[in-house]
Design a protein around this ligand. Structure first.
Ligand code: PLP
Length: 861
């Protein structure tokens, strides 16, 4: 027999969790390590660090690993150290009493769905702003006693870690996460094995492990498909965040939506509100409809009333290209069997994801979300406006200004993003109840009572912490990547905490315009080499691995930073994650943001800076459009001067240089005899007092409760009460109205007696101000059972934007009803000077209609 050089089959790996054998005095720490409460409680992280500073550093500040690896000798020492043990007891007591607090029954309960969550750098299930927002929101729900349950994915590879090659190329490293070392728990069945969810996909079930992340009092359930029960083809569904092709994306969204609801069903969790963080989760509504149709015997239209009533869709994208669209064929492959079960046709189903039903458009998750959620919102005031314009084609009978789409401006979780030094200052200076009353300006006003010197000292301490963090991290990272030691020590030792430090950290998407500062390199060189005014720029950010332009931008900045005139003045920091973000947004003096307006939906990193007395210098876009206050930061004007983007960039860049040269640097260096600039401190105080209180997640969740959750809770009760009788009534009314919509006739439409039917214009269109007008309309609704309304819509032509702009809609009075005939009247006065256009619009009317977009049938007459 021929002997092979080697011969082996593949190993069968089994996993086992080994429980840490902590002594009983320390045992509660095991539970505490597996609750992300420590992320926003410095006493807890300080305690872990004190247990074993070296191990804490090596574990990258992960307490689960720390407790798994801490030595028995060290545990013995800890037990004998009475001062340390007092701290242990205090932290455990704080944790346990926090956890024991109950949800506030007055606040609606919420199921929250998101593709990503950013809680801590330790748990790599986020890529950027969207995830960090979701993570912050869950922390706030916990602090605010909101009964919220989250659903998401546990990614094997998460998002990539970034390193930069010697020639400035971004290298994306995907490192598998070891789930046993993460702060989460497997959800167990009664038999003690991990719960597995079976999700029906066409021709097969796909299985997912069920995990739970404890976020204070909140549970977040995560699904992961990387298990042997699945085929090689299905296991990677949850490998990467925003990785893979469109088919994998659809499989993910199917899992999040349909699987997400099946999971909650399996866990016996029912909530009052179903909140989609972005359109990715919109398929929850397919399963919710199905549950009502198959479980409660409702028809599709009745079920839709119920599902919509409790659905909220938050959009984070300002441009149509940012949404997910799926080919009809691909959609059919996965969802083809659903319409029949829902009792509708395939055509009806795809049309629910189209701006123009009946067209060949791809299926848009966002449009599907809009059609299956009664309410929707953007994430800043400006983004609300942008979203109403973006979504207007879904409701062609209405103008953007009339849409129900609202906004809640994003915020940040204050206790997470405020540096320890600053939190201690707030705790010393502010009311004891401060954390529970974060939106109270009166409390924040106390910042004015803090001596300037103390604020300056704190700011310096935070800057120094950033510098030492960067030096440590960069040295470690560079050594790992085998870079030349001379380069390392030269650059990192150049960061100067006494200089004005400017930070820029975000995803390298082109609209964020990271290149703006580098538009005029001669001028930039003069700026950074002025010995009178030392200034340094710290850049960081990842580009999506498929985004060539974004990666090109990183390369360009890295190359510039290596030129002699910029060496040590412009510094690019690798691997922007939450840990670096926290140091950076608290350790620089200025946070710079230069997006192309209006493409920054909200942005939150600048809000984090606010919590730390770091001043913002940003384009008036996203949250800063609302947040900017004079003498509390700086802005680039919101006006767009050029349509040509390159010209606009040039203009904006020269404005940035000028602001640094003429305003910011002179202000920062107007030092008094004590070594600081009192005016600068005044800016810091103004910004903390007037801006910070508005941009916390506390304010954000309160806005969601008041403007969306509460009204929807009421609506949901209305339509579900008495065995869904109102839902049935509304569905029947809509069905009847829709069936008879094209049949009603306009018997009369007269303007001061003149017949305006069939598009006729006014015979004498010149009115004098104050002139009286009487308009009479008679409709014959024929067989239609429900009511109709008529209104006059006024618009004026906006020559600059070349569109008709909505001015107002005024409803007619119903003066008489005879059989199927409705008599309407309106008396008005010519009031608006200049040319304006008007038209008459008929719409369905019902006292329980939530808003016009609830049933957006319109006929212009
Ligand atoms: C806060 C944060 C973001 C979002 O910041 P933007 O201002 O929206 O760019 C992105 N990434 C990380 C790591 C963050 O901490």
């Amino acid at each position: 027999m021929r002997i092979k050089a080697s011969y082996s089959n593949t190993p069968s790996w089994r996993s086992a969790y080994t429980q840490v054998n902590l002594p009983k005095e320390l045992l509660p720490l095991e539970k505490m390590a597996r609750n992300l409460w420590w992320v926003w409680n410095n006493d807890a992280t300080d305690l872990f660090a004190e247990f074993d500073p070296e191990l804490w550093r090596k574990s990258e500040h992960n307490p689960v690993i720390l407790l798994q690896k801490i030595s028995y000798e060290r545990i013995d020492e800890i037990l004998k150290d009475s001062i340390l043990m007092d701290k242990v007891k205090k932290v455990i007591k704080n944790f346990e009493s926090y956890i024991a607090e109950k949800f506030d029954k007055a606040k609606p309960s919420v199921a929250y769905f998101s593709m990503e969550y950013g809680f801590s750098h330790v748990l790599k299930i986020y890529s950027g702003g969207l995830g960090v927002l979701a993570g912050d929101y869950l922390k706030e729900a916990s602090d605010s006693h909101v009964d919220l349950t989250g659903v998401g994915f546990l990614y094997r590879y998460g998002y990539f870690t970034q390193s930069i090659s010697p020639d400035g190329q971004q290298v994306a490293n995907y490192e598998p996460q070891n789930f046993g070392e993460l702060p989460l728990d497997p959800v167990l069945n009664e038999d003690g094995n991990q719960m597995i969810l079976a999700v029906p996909y066409p021709d097969r079930d796909i299985y997912a492990n069920v995990w739970r992340v404890n976020v204070g009092r909140i549970s977040l359930y995560l699904l992961d498909t990387d298990l042997d029960l699945n085929s090689e083809y299905d296991r990677p569904i949850t490998h990467q965040l925003y990785g893979g092709d469109w088919e994998n994306r659809l499989k993910q969204e199917y899992l999040l939506g349909i699987g997400g609801i099946l999971l909650l069903n399996k866990l016996g969790i029912k909530k009052e509100i179903y909140h989609c963080n972005e359109g990715h989760a919109a398929l929850i509504n397919v399963q919710r409809l199905l549950d009502l149709i198959e479980g409660e015997g409702l028809t599709f239209n009745q079920a839709l009333e119920v599902v919509r009533a409790s659905g909220l869709y938050t959009v984070h994208t300002p441009v149509p290209a940012g949404h997910d669209y799926f080919d009809e064929g691909l959609l059919g492959k996965y969802l083809g069997s659903y319409p029949a079960r829902l009792g509708i046709s395939w055509q009806d189903f795809v049309d629910m994801g189209r701006e123009h039903p009946g067209s060949g458009e791809k299926f848009s998750m966002s449009v599907f979300a809009l059609n299956t959620c009664l309410e929707a919102n953007g994430v800043s005031y400006l983004h609300g406006i942008v979203s109403r314009h973006m979504f207007q084609p879904v409701w062609p009978g209405y103008f953007p200004e009339e849409l129900h789409v609202g906004h809640v401006t994003n915020g940040v979780h204050m206790p997470t993003w405020t540096a320890k030094e600053m939190k201690e200052l707030y705790e010393r200076t502010f009311d004891k109840n401060f954390y529970n009353d974060q939106s109270n300006h009166e409390i924040w006003d106390n910042i004015y009572s803090v001596p300037d010197a103390e604020i300056w000292k704190l700011r310096l301490a935070m800057k120094k912490r950033l510098v030492s963090y960067v030096q440590e991290q960069m040295k470690e990272g560079w050594i790992k990547n085998q870079k030349a030691p001379s380069a390392i020590f030269n650059i990192v030792d150049k960061i100067n905490p006494d200089a004005l430090l400017v930070g820029f950290g975000r995803r390298f998407a082109t609209y964020k315009r990271a290149h703006l500062l580098f538009t005029d390199l001669d001028r930039l060189s003069k700026l950074v080499n002025n010995e009178k005014y030392p200034i340094q720029f710290l850049y960081t950010g990842k580009a999506h691995p498929a985004d060539g332009a974004g990666q090109g931008l990183i390369k360009q900045i890295v190359e510039i930073s290596r030129r002699p005139e910029f060496f040590g003045k412009i510094i690019f920091l690798e691997n922007y994650d939450m840990r670096l973000a926290k140091r950076l947004i608290s350790g620089v003096d200025i946070w710079l943001n230069t997006p192309t307006r209006p493409l920054e939906a909200s942005g939150t990193s600048g809000e984090k800076a606010e919590m730390n007395g770091v001043l913002n210098f940003s384009v008036l876009d996203g949250w800063w459009y609302e947040g900017y206050r004079k003498d509390a930061g700086w802005c680039l004007t919101e006006k767009r001067t050029y349509t040509n983007q390159a010209y606009q960039d040039e203009l904006d860049a020269s404005e940035i240089y000028a602001m640094f040269e003429n305003e910011i640097l002179p202000l920062y260096y107007a030092r008094n005899s004590k070594g600081y600039s009192p005016e600068w401190i005044q800016y810091i105080k103004n910004s903390i007092a007037n801006i910070a209180p508005e941009y916390t997640t506390k304010r954000m969740i309160d806005d969601y409760i008041k403007n969306f959750y509460k009204p929807e809770e009421g609506r949901s009760k209305l339509v579900t009460a008495n065995n869904y009788s109102k839902a049935k009534e509304l569905a029947a009314w809509k069905e009847d109205t829709a069936a008879n919509w094209d049949k009603f006739t306009v018997e009369q439409l007269t303007f001061n007696g003149q017949d305006l039917r069939d598009g006729a214009g006014l015979s004498s269109p010149n009115l004098t101000e104050g002139e009286k007008m009487k308009v009479e309309v008679v409709l014959d609704k024929k067989e239609m059972k429900g009511d109709l309304g008529v209104e006059c819509v006024l618009t004026e032509y906006d020559a600059e934007k070349k569109v008709d702009k909505f001015i107002s809609a005024q409803e007619f009075r119903l003066v008489k009803q005879e059989g199927s005939k409705l008599y309407f009247e309106m008396n008005a006065e010519a009031k608006i000077p200049g040319l304006c256009n008007f038209a008459y619009r008929v719409f369905p009317k019902h006292p329980d209609m939530a808003h016009r977009m609830d049933f957006a049938y319109v006929r212009w007459i």
